[in-house]
Write a protein that binds this ligand. Structure first.
Ligand code: ZN
Length: 85
């Protein structure tokens, strides 16, 4: 999960031109040049999708609200299930 909430793409799964943003990350089309930012790589560079593929991409989720107040922290209860032999 990236800090920006963008999709993070695995650079190993993309071709060099896709990593450079010169080809659509979905269909590899290089012309017209993809111009919709689809996400980013772990190193921060953006990857792009063409107009046809952009709507099919999963939209990045909004950042989760801060604070897990409703989530109680429960650990293993100490001293339970200890039986004498
Ligand atoms: Zn495409």
């Amino acid at each position: 999960m990236s800090r920006t909430g963008e999709l993070m793409f695995d650079p190993g799964a993309l071709s060099a031109v896709q990593r450079d943003g010169d080809a659509c990350v979905v269909c590899h089309k290089r012309w017209p040049r993809p111009r919709v930012r689809a996400g980013c790589l772990p190193n921060g560079s953006g990857v792009f999708a063409c107009d046809d593929c952009a709507p099919a991409l999963p939209s990045p989720r909004p950042a989760e609200p801060e604070g897990g107040a409703g989530r109680p922290v429960s650990g293993p209860a100490p001293g339970e299930a200890v039986t004498h032999r």
